[in-house]
Design a protein around this ligand. Structure first.
Ligand code: PEP
Ligand code: MG
Length: 767
């Protein structure tokens, strides 16, 4: 059964459009279940009705015509109850509604299951039979599983108009299309789409019309020849070590790349209009799918070889292509998964907005985007990004919406929003040099989170009083190998010098989770619960020691370094890390460098640490809450997963109680406690954090002035009253809205008003 399911899902995924997919579903399910009828009814939310979209066994002339309202018939009943209905005699059910066009009167047994995606009913999958009998529980389970697996594929097809990008049709998105994601970085921007694929990842190569066919054909020839040569060289190198028959495989690969084999097919696609990389993707994907559908396990495995060949040719194509991209002036950069190195590759002065298909507001790509102040939308899972190159777009990072081909009306609306934002930001610059002091004279130190050098300039311009979190993994992510001790020393020195005499908190390498180094891949089923942060560096003391030595050497004569340890879950990790830091310090001293032992702190970002704050505090000099991870681990919500992004909420009472407890326990041990998660940069949250007693708030430079503006307007007394009020509430959403309401009443609405008003127009296609 599992094999049948897998084969059907693969075939459906490979279909060229929604109708072809539905036709395959009904054919294959009918065969697999050996039943007489299989049909799919899709739900249309615009007019609240179901339409028969595909059938095997009923009259095909009824397709598109047989319709039922939302609550009509057995189909409506399955949809409303959101569970299967299994009947021996359909017509005796009180809800039965006969549709003459279908010719279904001769079928008695009925099994209908809902097709549900993200809690939304997409349609109903039905099987019917003449014989009066109940479908048995295996059959019911098969249909339910089939429907669950197909729901995602159908949802994607409905949203994008096709399942598998098999033809280039850049005009397919001609009117405003609206795609909902999560807010990544606030702000709004208008620009032109540039789609970037991660290096040599075939699955994310977009389709693109070419302008010069000869250029594409020549690029393809060059890439094919380069890979053939690579194969010949590898085969020659292995000649003494591999048996003859294994080496023969290389000849097969070389022939596959021949002008008459894959080469010819790719060339044909280029002649049809696609650029070389897109044509390559199409051809390779088709072959891979064919191999994967084969019953023979050996032949199925060959799919891997074809994929590998495709990747090699792509890598060769990309080498030339990266150098030749012509960027428009206002780039809306789109990728399936945004990475730090992509941001670095694009001319910074032209980067207007970012859209990522994967990830959510708390992914590290979003954090980087916030640091750079680039409006960003994350987790736009339905975005047909393959087709967007060159399209005009609007990125609304406040509401988490990406618009493609916006209408004139929508553009005018957003031009006003962009202008208003510009005015507001300009107005804030006036408070750059002022301290963050409440009207009743409480000082709240505002620090910044950094990672890129560009953050530094912006931070200093805005009056940052220190660095609460320097993410050292960012420079690691921008390289192709581990930076050496002296390279690291240089990078850290720049940070320390730029902020001196202000303190700079350098976090030791925090990789794993959603932060990977291309040259040190970590593949795990559960990366956020796996080898992350301090766990990696304690297992690799050589990496840790080099890094700490580089930090210490970089601080010579400046003495503004603080070292912070990420992902601490027990006291033993702190002791081991301290031991290594002392060792590195002694080594640097023995080299004759006069370095002070810097303060060492821990991040509180997992629940276990919340309950051991006092024990941890006794061993270190300071503590800092990483609210991004603390929220994810307390609520058991992967911060990177758009599917559960709606559950991720730092205003959850459990998170607020944990924060308050950590502040109190740290103070009981006489240690300072800061917070460097994204929460600190949200003016609404900052009011609560100040009332809780945090000793400093550290945030991206982009948010610093907004937070300062808000805190300079509210007294500590009032903030404490608001905290006391929301502490009584038990629901995150109610807490957030109560806070917003209270702050609006206190005249802080302006800082909350930096949200685009929702825009609705008739021509907007809501996805
Ligand atoms: C955090 O988890 O809140 C934090 C500041 O660290 P990062 O976002 O880099 O994981
Ligand atoms: Mg963290």
């Amino acid at each position: 059964m599992l094999n049948t399911l897998r084969t059907i899902v693969q075939e459906v995924s490979a279909a060229s459009d929604l109708q072809a997919a539905l036709d395959i579903i009904v054919q294959r399910v009918r065969e697999a279940m050996e039943t007489e009828v299989c049909s799919v009814y899709l739900f249309d939310s615009d007019n609240s009705s179901y339409t028969l979209m595909a059938t095997e066994g009923l009259n095909k002339s009824a397709i598109g015509l047989a319709k039922l309202s939302q609550s009509e018939g057995l189909i409506g009943q399955v949809g409303q109850r959101e569970e299967p209905i299994n009947l021996e005699e359909a017509s005796s059910h009180p809800k039965f509604h006969y549709i003459p066009e279908t010719g279904e009167e001769k079928f008695h047994a009925f099994l209908g299951v809902p097709i549900i995606h993200h809690r939304m009913i997409l349609g109903v999958l039905v099987v019917q039979q003449q014989k009066r009998r109940r479908f048995d529980e295996h059959e019911e389970a098969f249909l339910v599983t089939m429907s669950a697996q197909l729901a995602g594929v159908i949802a994607h097809a409905e949203a994008t108009g096709s399942l598998h990008v098999s033809s280039v049709n850049t005009n397919s998105i001609a009117k405003t299309a609206r795609f909902q994601g999560s807010p990544g970085a606030s702000g709004v921007s208008i620009g032109e789409a540039v789609v970037l694929a991660p290096a040599a990842d075939l699955s994310v190569v977009p389709d693109r019309d070419h302008t010069d066919i000869n250029k594409e054909l020549a690029a393809l020839d060059k890439a094919l020849e380069a890979v053939r040569n690579e194969m010949r060289n590898t085969a020659a190198k292995l000649s003494g070590r591999l048996p003859e028959e294994e080496r023969a495989l290389f000849d097969v690969y070389i022939r596959m790349l021949d002008d008459n084999a894959l080469g010819k097919e790719i060339r044909n696609r280029i002649h049809e209009g696609n650029w070389a990389a897109g044509a390559l993707r199409q051809v390779i994907q088709e072959h891979v799918q064919n191999f994967e559908l084969m019953d023979d396990a050996y032949l199925r495995e060959r799919a891997v070889d074809v994929k590998d060949l495709g990747r090699r040719v792509l890598a060769s194509l990309q080498q030339d292509e990266q150098k030749n991209i012509e960027y428009p002036d206002n780039i809306i950069l789109i990728s399936e998964e945004l990475t730090a190195s992509m941001l670095a590759d694009v001319p910074h002065n032209k980067l207007a907005g970012l859209v990522s298909v994967r990830g959510s507001s708390n992914s590290h790509a979003a954090i980087l985007a916030r640091a750079l102040g680039i409006p960003t939308v994350m987790g736009v899972v339905e975005l047909p990004y393959h087709k967007l190159t060159g399209k005009p777009m609007i990125v609304d990072g406040n509401l988490g919406i990406a618009y493609v081909s916006p209408s004139r009306e929508l553009l005018e609306h957003y031009q006003v929003v962009v202008e208003e934002e510009r005015e507001f930001t300009k107005g804030l610059e006036a408070i750059s040099d002022l301290a963050c002091v409440t009207p009743d004279h409480f000082r709240v130190p505002l620090w910044v989170n950094t990672g890129l050098m560009t953050d530094t300039v912006r931070s200093l311009d805005r009056g940052a009083e220190g660095v609460g979190l320097y993410r050292t993994e960012v420079p690691f992510m921008l390289r192709e190998r581990f930076p050496s001790e002296s390279e690291q020393e240089k990078i850290y020195r720049q940070q320390l010098e730029a902020f001196a005499p202000r303190p700079v908190t350098m976090r030791t390498l925090d990789i794993g989770g959603d932060k990977s180094l291309s040259y040190f891949p970590i593949k795990e089923d559960n990366p956020f619960l796996g080898w992350r942060g301090i766990r990696v560096t304690l297992d690799h003391p050589e990496i840790f020691l080099v890094q700490v030595r580089a930090m210490l050497k970089a601080s010579v004569g400046l003495d503004n370094l603080r070292i912070m340890l990420p992902m601490i879950t027990n006291v033993f990790e702190v002791e081991e890390a301290l031991h290594l830091i002392h060792r590195a310090h002694a080594e640097v001293l023995s080299e004759g460098l006069p370095v002070m032992m810097p303060p060492v702190g821990v991040m509180i970002e997992v629940p276990a640490a919340v309950y051991q704050v006092r024990e941890l505090a006794r061993r270190v000099d300071f503590l800092s809450i990483g609210s991004n991870d603390l929220t994810q681990y307390l609520l058991a919500v992967d911060r990177n997963n758009p599917r559960v992004a709606g559950l991720y909420n730092s205003f959850h009472p459990a998170v607020l109680q944990a924060l308050q407890k950590v502040v109190e326990d740290s103070h009981r041990e006489g240690k300072t406690i800061g917070i460097c998660g994204e929460m600190a940069g949200d003016p609404v949250a900052a009011v609560l954090l100040m009332a809780m007693g945090f000793d400093m708030l550290s945030m991206s430079a982009t948010n610093l002035l907004k937070v300062k503006w808000a805190l300079r307007k509210i007294t500590m007394k009032r903030a404490k009253e608001i905290l006391a009020e929301v502490t009584k509430l038990d629901n995150a959403m109610v807490i957030r809205s109560s806070l917003e309401l209270a702050l609006c009443r206190d005249g802080l609405g302006k800082v909350l008003g930096i949200k685009s008003k929702r825009f609705k127009s008739n021509e907007e296609t809501s996805k």
